[in-house]
Design a protein around this ligand. Structure first.
Ligand code: NI
Length: 386
């Protein structure tokens, strides 16, 4: 028993496959945005387009006082060459919907069509946020900067999750996905001859010291009850076989399990870099070039997600989770820094290829589940008298 008509599900499936065939990368989701806009206009939504570039904020106003709830879908694909062999596989070489954002977008459209029919029975407003550039962690912040959260009280979104039973809905209160921070570090020493290190300040040696000491941040400073990762992903320096270079640079990628852990890792990491440099007489510069906070769900909204899923699909098909399923980041976190809400997961099947894999595919079976969640949440939260 589905909330949706068979025709509506078939249309959403065909939209999903259309998006899958023509993936577009970060901030270039032009055709995707046009397709989304056309569908929403046809269903009576008031649209604000070109939000954060290719983004859309669509409003369904019931005309009655009440809460304003936001639902968000991400629209961007990845620079990966698809290897699924599907009949509707990517027709664009080197680009692919390998994270299922095609499905996220199609399921929110499926819900949008139904909500347009339901609106006489609802109060308040629904705002649909179709967001560009989630994969680079920049779309959500750009949407917020462009006013996408204005007037929104509560926000919900989801990600499909390989490894979890197909269509199973899972939500976790508190931190639910990791934060991700990137730093660029430049170490300035003093160049010289390889045979006379005493006359130089060797930035490669200093960098090696930093790399070793950085692991103390997680192992000696962060509480063992908290999650965190520090990884040096790039270390560059040197121009010749007998020259000590004047400069070296590195990229540090950190993951954190909570805003508190992120704060501690940031402070301790900066201390290690500065102090190791100082100990060896080098200068250092450290720049934070990307920060995606951890996804932190509010308790009431998380409970609401699990209750809605249990009511719609049965208690065996929905669960509360008590551990973070991944330290991977998700830029929905930026919305949750500003508003209460919940970012939940819908299982993409235990046998699913993992996200960002060339054989990954969003399973069409979860379109009515995820779409049903948005409709169910709207009915639950907007049926109450304001
Ligand atoms: Ni994704």
């Amino acid at each position: 028993m589905s909330i949706f008509s068979q025709d509506a599900i078939e249309e959403a499936t065909s939209i999903r496959r259309q998006l899958h065939s023509f993936p577009e990368l970060k901030f270039e989701e032009y055709a995707t945005s046009d397709l989304v806009a056309e569908f929403l206009i046809r269903h009576g939504y008031a649209l604000r387009r070109n939000v954060a570039g290719t983004g859309i904020v669509a409003t369904l106003d019931t005309g009655r006082a009440g809460r304003v709830i936001g639902f968000r879908a991400d629209m961007d694909a990845l620079p990966i060459h698809e290897e699924t062999g599907l009949p509707y596989a990517s027709k664009v070489a080197g680009k692919m919907h390998a994270c299922g954002h095609d499905g996220h977008t199609a399921s929110l459209l499926l819900a949008a069509g139904q909500l347009a029919q339901d609106h006489a029975a609802l109060n308040g407003q629904i705002k649909l946020l179709f967001q560009p550039a989630e994969e680079v962690g920049k779309g959500a912040a750009a949407m917020i900067e462009d006013g996408a959260l204005d007037g929104v009280d509560t926000i919900f979104g989801y990600h499909n999750r390989p490894g979890f039973a197909l269509g199973h809905v899972i939500a976790k209160a508190g931190p639910a996905m990791g934060g991700n921070t990137l730093y660029e570090v430049t170490i300035t020493g003093k160049g010289g001859h390889a045979s006379r290190p005493d006359l130089a300040i060797d930035p490669i040696f200093v960098g090696a010291g930093i790399i070793q000491s950085l692991q103390s941040v997680i192992s000696r400073r962060l509480s063992p009850l908290e999650a965190g990762v520090v990884t040096v992903t790039q270390f560059n320096g040197g121009t010749g076989s007998n020259i000590i270079p004047g400069q070296a640079s590195m990229t540090i990628n950190t993951r954190d399990g909570s805003p508190e852990a992120a704060k501690l890792i940031d402070a301790e990491l900066r201390k290690v870099v500065a102090n190791v440099c100082e100990a060896y007489g080098a200068q250092c510069e450290i720049n934070m070039v990307l920060r995606i906070p951890s996804v932190v769900n509010s308790l009431a909204e998380t409970n609401c997600v699990v209750e809605t899923a249990q009511e719609l699909f049965g208690s065996e098909n929905a669960s509360t989770m008590y551990e973070m399923p991944t330290m991977g980041a998700e830029d929905f976190a930026f919305y949750l820094e500003k508003r209460a809400g919940c970012f939940f997961f819908v299982g993409n099947g235990e046998d699913s290829a993992y996200l960002h894999h060339p054989k990954f595919n969003f399973r069409d079976e979860i379109l009515p589940v995820a779409g049903g969640m948005f409709v169910g949440l709207a009915r639950k939260l907007l049926s109450e008298q304001a």
